[in-house]
Design a protein around this ligand. Structure first.
Ligand code: AP5
Ligand code: MG
Ligand code: ZN
Length: 215
């Protein structure tokens, strides 16, 4: 299954990706995670990406598209993939379609997680991520058993640098301007699956899996 997760910052893409990839045994490809890993390792790509990410802006298409194209050629993508946070512009969407065409593949679904803007800032600002295993928590909606400690690996929980109220607000505006047009783009292609992302985490997950299995 070849799928995209679309939705504004804090909608729950990363959270739901975990359920989807377990259910369908496909790799989770998050461009945001790949950039953050590059920043951690101090690569050239990481240094360039950081300039944009810290400001809540999109990393330029030239850098992002090549990265994803290379990733999709890896062996583990042969039977499908879940893209999280890519594409984010029409240019990226067109480039993805072209790359898939050249591999004789096509997208099956675009899962569009819908959450009202007023909930997004609270979700992102309250998010905490395990420094060691990357597990995501929320201080109110998805608490760890012990404050500040990962349930899975006892790692320290940290806040993402771009999860301040100011940067999240900027990211939401960037989403509206540059990414939201993709909803219409994929609706016209007839592959969009709209999901109410305001329900509790487990219910959203069940709904996504049911829709993907039912179609
Ligand atoms: P990226 O890492 O993709 O960030 P984002 O799109 O802004 O999305 P988030 O990761 O913030 O939110 P999410 O939807 O994954 O929510 P989550 O599940 O964590 O990108 C970061 C940056 O990288 C971009 O700003 C850009 O600079 C760059 N970038 C990345 N891809 C790019 C591209 N293609 N082109 C150019 N630049 C790119 O959930 C959020 C919180 O809410 C968590 O705490 C969670 O526990 C909680 N939560 C989740 N679901 C629920 C629920 N149902 N109820 C209550 N709480 C919930
Ligand atoms: Mg995410
Ligand atoms: Zn952990």
């Amino acid at each position: 299954m070849r799928t995209i997760l679309l939705g504004p910052p804090g909608a729950g893409k990363g959270t739901q990706a975990e359920t989807i990839v377990n259910e369908f045994s496909i790799p989770h490809i998050s461009t945001g995670d790949i950039f953050r890993q590059n920043i951690k390792e101090g690569t050239t790509l990481g240094k360039k990406a950081k300039e944009y990410m810290d400001l809540g802006l999109l990393v330029p298409d030239e850098l992002t598209v090549e990265l994803v194209k290379d990733r999709l050629l890896k062996d583990d993508c042969r039977n499908g993939f879940l893209l999280d946070g890519f594409p984010r512009t029409i240019v990226q969407a067109d480039a993805l379609e072209e790359a898939l065409n050249s591999m004789n593949q096509k997208l099956d679904y675009v899962i569009n997680i819908e959450v009202n803007a007023n909930l997004l800032v609270e979700r992102a600002v309250g998010r905490r991520i395990c420094k060691d295993c990357g597990q995501t928590y929320h201080m109110t909606f998805n608490k760890p058993i012990k404050d500040g400690i990962c349930d899975k690996c006892s790692g320290e929980l940290l806040q993402r640098k771009d999860d301040t109220e100011e940067t999240v607000t900027k990211r939401i505006n960037v989403y509206k301007e540059q990414t939201e047009p993709l909803i219409k783009y994929y609706t016209q292609k007839g592959i969009i699956v709209n999901i109410d992302g305001e329900k509790p985490i487990s219910e959203v997950g069940e709904e996504i899996v049911a829709k993907l299995r039912g179609k």
